[in-house]
Write a protein that binds this ligand. Structure first.
Ligand code: GLA
Length: 392
């Protein structure tokens, strides 16, 4: 059975805000197997040009619920139980569209065409040099001035047995943000009975181009707005990382993590070494680094374990598997107390972390890195799964 609700198109922003807040209150988790999964839809807001932004609420009938916006494919909230069954929203975000449009540091969004940085916004492909927007100092960041995070995605919902999902499509015309090729991208989010958010990314092009897609959710497993994530314990399955220059562009080497505060091969509190006088941590103002995952499959087709985060206080656990070669660990360094989050609390530095599965930053200028070139006869395909559970 699928229940489908739609609110009237002329709902005022105030009402939307209130309904957003009301819906975020604590809810008792249903007994396992008690409820069928479902998808609901409401209107989240209106773009300055009048385009309506819808919001989908996906419930897995097993205590987990996520909200997704058609704007940027943004995951607005992720509600999961803690070890005592109390539900909390573990994704940083906003309760209104205006904040997403005007001041979001990429909360929850699909990031593209090129996630992370390209040095000087410039790359050469088949002897043609392309100049992209330099929207992060001298560098290009997360697809430019109007990246995939700021586009409206055509979204359809679906249900497959115990799983509910959204299929989101965006066609980026050739020359948009100065990238070559018309890029047709489909991102599918599935919420499974096993408390997984599965993300499948697919893209094709009509001319040679570059592509690197990810999702940029910031997590706080103790609940968004509850303070720092420095006590969260992180494991990253990587014995190397890509060190960066002072503008956060990889130097091009793959350095060992061994003997440095970059080493998360054994579960370690994020804050334990974050203030070490280690050059890379000084440059990043904390962790903001691409880890080179230790993979068995280097054709990047198999899902392999990438990272695990445990919040000892709530007992919530996040486990990440991916087909991608890298993962960007970002400790929320640029959160500076100027943003007010979904539940009305201020976000300060380290109040959330991101773990963005990806190809390495600046790959178009680093021939030694796995390629991010996509040609017309190829299909870009990657998968990442974020799974939630609890520990005692
Ligand atoms: C990524 C980058 C960071 C920062 C955030 C967004 O994680 O690596 O440097 O730009 O996105 O604020």
């Amino acid at each position: 059975m699928r229940r489908f609700t739609r609110m009237a198109g002329n709902v005022t922003a105030t009402v939307l805000l209130m309904s957003g807040l009301a819906a975020l209150g604590p809810a008792a988790p249903p007994a396992a197997g008690a409820n069928p999964p479902r998808i609901d839809r409401d209107v989240f807001g209106t773009m300055p040009d009048g385009t309506r932004v819808d919001r989908f609420t996906l419930s897995n009938g097993n205590g987990m619920r996520i909200r997704v916006l058609t704007y940027g494919g943004i995951i607005q909230t992720i509600e999961v139980p803690d070890r005592r069954g109390r539900t909390g929203n573990v994704a940083l975000g906003f309760n209104n569209l205006t904040d997403y449009i005007e001041r979001s540091p990429y909360f929850g969004c699909i990031t593209g065409r090129y996630a992370n940085r390209i040095a000087n916004g410039r790359f050469t492909l088949d002897n043609v040099t392309y100049q992209l927007a330099q929207n992060n100092g001298v560098n290009h960041l997360h697809g430019g001035n109007v990246g995939f995070d700021k586009r409206i995605w055509t979204t359809t919902e679906f249900r497959e047995r115990d799983t509910v999902g959204l299929r989101m499509t965006y066609v980026s015309p050739a020359g948009e943000e100065n990238y070559p090729g018309t890029l047709t991208t489909t991102v599918t989010y599935r919420l499974t009975r096993d408390n997984e958010i599965r993300m499948d990314y697919r893209a094709t092009t009509d001319a040679a181009t570059i592509v690197n897609l990810t999702n940029h959710t910031y997590f706080n497993l103790a609940g968004e707005g509850s303070g720092t994530i420095e006590d969260h314990k992180l494991t990253v399955n990587a014995s190397r990382y890509t060190p960066v220059d002072t503008t956060l562009i990889p130097t091009g080497t793959l350095d060992p993590v061994a003997g440095t505060p970059m080493d998360f091969r054994r579960s370690t509190a994020i804050g334990e070494r974050i203030r070490n006088n280690f050059e890379q941590l000084v440059i990043g103002q904390g962790y903001d680094h691409n880890y080179v995952l230790d993979r068995r499959d280097n054709t990047f087709r198999q899902l392999e374990q990438a990272a695990t985060v445990v919040d000892p206080e709530s007992g919530r656990v996040l486990s990440i598997r991916t087909t991608e070669p890298g993962i960007q660990f970002y400790s929320g360094n640029f959160l500076d107390g100027t943003l007010v989050g979904t539940s009305g609390r201020v976000y300060r530095q380290t109040d959330g972390f991101a773990l963005e599965t990806q190809h390495f930053p600046d790959s178009p200028n680093k021939p030694q890195f796995p390629t991010t070139v996509l040609r017309p006869n190829q299909t870009y395909q990657t998968t990442t799964i974020y799974q939630f559970s609890t520990t005692r």
